[in-house]
Write a protein that binds this ligand. Structure first.
Ligand code: ZN
Length: 487
């Protein structure tokens, strides 16, 4: 079975990479699932003995069970996913006689400084979402719920909790505390930056598209030039004693192609031997941040020990790889990185903005986690719409369009991977500072230290990695300290 899983994952990642990098028109995901159908029969899941303890063997089986369950969900929803992607690609939004591709709308909206135009654009986008995509998303959610009932005879919340090995109640208690602790500083930052980026708007009337406009951070664009991004970060990685291509295992694709997705991404075709890092360097703070994030994923997977079993190379807690990705993108919150790598002489005001953006993202994910638990326990329905809007408003102070109640949900509670990755990244920055000083990202000793940790792949979960570094309890403390120092 393991050899077939390797083949399946390689085909899937390669197909998605070819499509997203603009080399082929369609990924053909459905056909790949069909070729490996036997992997995604409930029998394959039930044939694996459930883990009984915390031995290496137990972990392997836990990772495998989670992979198989997610694979069964993927297989059962494969036609809907293709339908969703096709509908999304074909959708065109008509605004004042202009036809705009649906996928281009988020960028168009955050670039629009005239609020009346932005409101019209967002209304049109949301109407398309509600009519064309939400019916597919609702069906997809219901099918996932059926898989949970079939495999573990329970609801989707409990099913994901058991498969992930993460205590959801404990995590929710932590995120609720985070929401309470950050409420006042968030409001202060919002009124400071809101007045500047959204002039004339009463912030009590703010919508999520206003917030997207604010975080677009147009005034900082010139600080982060696109043409210096790859060379600057490449030189930094070399100073750490690492190599941007990991000895040729990472293929960097910066070529321009019309159908190439504008957002950087990393595809793990074979781990560790064939990792693709795809981007189009436009510049701007978001572009730098995304490149650092995807580079963290690429370096992690390209440095996994090839002797590790499949379950530890390609499965496991994705909070780990998200944690490495965030360790890199959180360099955007480090003053000496902004000075020495990006070349900003006085990064103070940008740092405050970056800390605000970080806090807003954390608060939004905390709200999303609580909301998704409710959705998956109680099922889709009209009551969820009001709950979604209320929770997002409480966390961000922005009013969200009602139609996002089913769109703004990641399968398999991927939000917990990010929440835990945030804790891990804050912790890692503290560890790296302690060992290699404030400018650890230019220290030749930091690379080999990280490479040794990356070699494990995703054998342990984020807390296991943290324990190995002497951290007793993983929490938001170090990250909050980092953010606090910037504001
Ligand atoms: Zn990521």
């Amino acid at each position: 079975m393991r050899a077939e899983i390797e083949t399946f994952l390689e085909s899937l990642e390669r197909a998605e990479w070819l499509a997203l990098s603009g080399r082929v028109a369609s990924a053909g995901v459905e056909a790949i699932y069909d070729r490996h159908e036997t992997l995604f029969e409930p029998d394959a899941f039930h044939a694996v003995e459930p883990p009984a303890g915390r031995s290496r063997d137990d972990l392997r089986r836990a990772h495998l069970l989670q992979f198989l369950a997610e694979g069964i969900e993927g297989h059962r929803t494969r036609d809907l996913r293709d339908a969703y992607l096709a509908a999304e690609a074909a959708a065109v939004v008509e605004v004042d006689g202009e036809a705009i591709p649906y996928r281009r709308m988020p960028v168009r909206i955050r670039q629009e400084s005239d609020r009346r135009v932005r409101v019209t654009l967002d209304k049109a986008r949301v109407a398309t979402l509600a009519a064309k995509l939400n019916p597919i998303s609702i069906d997809m959610t219901l099918r996932r719920h059926e898989v949970a009932a079939e495999l573990l005879d329970t609801d989707y919340d409990d099913y994901c909790e058991r498969l992930s090995g993460v205590d959801f109640d404990a995590l929710e208690a932590t995120t609720e505390a985070l929401l309470a602790e950050t409420a006042d500083p968030y409001d202060d930052l919002l009124s400071h930056f809101g007045r500047r980026a959204l002039p004339g708007l009463d912030l009590r009337e703010m919508w999520t598209h206003d917030l997207a406009r604010l975080f677009h951070g147009e005034e900082y664009a010139r600080l982060f030039p696109g043409d210096r991004m790859v060379s600057g970060i490449g030189a930094m990685v070399a100073a750490m004693g690492l190599d941007l291509t990991a000895g040729g295992r990472i293929e960097l694709d910066i070529e321009e192609r019309p159908a190439k997705t504008p957002r950087a991404f990393c595809a793990t075709v074979r781990v560790p031997d064939e990792v693709k890092l795809v981007l189009q360097p436009y510049g701007g703070h978001d572009d730098w941040s995304t490149f650092l994030h995807e580079l963290g994923h690429a370096l992690h997977f390209a440095n996994v020990d090839p002797e590790q079993p499949l379950e530890f190379r390609r499965m496991g807690d994705n909070g780990v790889t998200e944690g490495w990705a965030m360790t890199f993108d959180h360099l955007m919150l480090v003053p000496s990185f902004l000075r020495r790598v990006v070349g900003i002489s006085d990064p103070g005001e940008y740092l405050r903005f970056a800390a605000f953006r970080e806090m807003a993202a954390l608060r939004r994910y905390a709200a999303k986690f609580a909301y998704e638990r409710s959705l998956h326990r109680q099922g889709p329905g009209p009551a969820r719409v009001g709950e979604y809007v209320a929770r997002i408003h409480a966390a961000t102070r922005a009013r969200a369009p009602e139609a996002l109640w089913i769109e703004d949900v990641d399968p398999h509670f991927y939000c917990i991977r990010y929440l835990r990755a945030w804790m891990f990244a804050g912790t890692m920055h503290a560890v790296l500072r302690d060992r290699f000083d404030e400018d650890w990202f230019l220290n030749p000793k930091s690379g080999p230290f990280l490479r040794a940790l990356w070699a494990q792949g995703q054998e342990g979960r984020v807390e296991d990695l943290a324990h190995g570094l002497g951290v007793v309890k993983l929490g938001f403390g170090p990250l909050m300290e980092m953010i606090g120092e910037r504001i």
